[in-house]
Design a protein. Structure first.
Length: 201
C-alpha cells in the first residue's frame, strides 16, 4: 500500500479518498461543545469554527488513500482494538495549540482514563504502520478541535478565556467503539461519512 500523494487517483483511475480513524461523540458532549462555541463567540476571536456535529476524537489521520485500501484499513483497525476494553473519559477544559503567542487550534481536552486512551491510539498507530503509514512522531494528546484561528489573537484575552473554562467538565462517556471515516472537503465545510464502526474488546 503506497502513501504517495502525487496524484488524485491511483493507477486504476479511481479517485483517492481522505480517511481518518476516530471516536464518535455522544449527543450530550456535542450539545456541550455547541454551547461552548456560542459562548466563546462573545470573545471576538477570529476563528473558523468546527460544526459541533462534525467534532470527533481523532485517533489516526491517514490522509488520501485508494478506495481499495479502505477494507484492509478496517480489518487492521479491528485487529488492533481486539482485546482492548471500553474506556471512560470526559471532555474537560479549553486550550490552544501550539501556544498562546501563536495559537492555531482551539480545543477541548480529555480527562479520565487517558492512559488507556493513549494505549488504544498506539495500538491503532502500530496497526496502520504495518500497512505502510508513518507512525506519529509526537505523543498522542486526546482533544476535540473547536476551531482554527485566523491570524493573530490577543494573548491576554486568550488566557482569561482559558482560565474561565479550566473547571469545565462534561459528564463521562464510554469509548466502546472506533470508526473509520471518509472526509470530503467542501466550501461549506467538511462532510464526514462513517464507513465502518468497530467495537472494542
Amino acid at each position: 500500500m503506497t502513501r504517495k500523494k502525487l496524484s488524485a487517483s491511483d493507477k486504476s483511475g479511481k479517485s483517492k479518498i481522505r480517511i481518518f480513524v476516530a471516536v464518535k461523540l455522544p449527543d450530550h458532549v456535542i450539545r456541550m461543545l455547541s454551547d461552548i462555541r456560542q459562548d466563546l463567540k462573545k470573545h471576538g476571536f477570529r476563528i473558523k469554527w468546527s460544526q459541533p456535529e462534525n467534532i470527533h476524537l481523532t485517533l489516526k489521520f491517514l490522509g488520501d488513500i485508494c478506495p481499495d485500501d479502505v477494507e484492509p484499513v478496517c480489518r487492521v483497525v479491528d485487529a488492533s482494538v481486539r482485546g482492548i476494553a471500553p474506556i471512560t473519559i470526559r471532555a474537560a477544559g479549553v486550550g490552544v495549540f501550539p501556544d498562546i503567542r501563536r495559537p492555531r487550534v482551539l480545543w477541548t481536552g480529555i480527562s479520565g482514563q487517558t492512559d488507556l486512551l493513549e494505549k488504544l491510539q498506539k495500538a491503532i498507530d502500530n496497526g496502520m504502520h504495518s500497512l505502510g503509514f508513518a507512525r506519529e512522531e509526537r505523543r498522542f494528546t486526546g482533544h476535540l478541535t473547536l476551531g482554527r484561528f485566523k491570524g493573530r489573537q490577543d494573548s491576554e484575552t486568550l488566557i482569561d478565556m482559558m482560565r474561565s473554562y479550566k473547571d469545565m467538565i462534561s459528564d463521562e462517556f464510554l469509548v466502546d467503539a472506533v470508526s473509520v471515516y471518509k472526509s470530503e472537503l467542501k466550501p461549506s465545510g467538511p462532510i464526514y461519512t462513517n464507513l465502518s464502526s468497530i467495537r472494542l474488546g
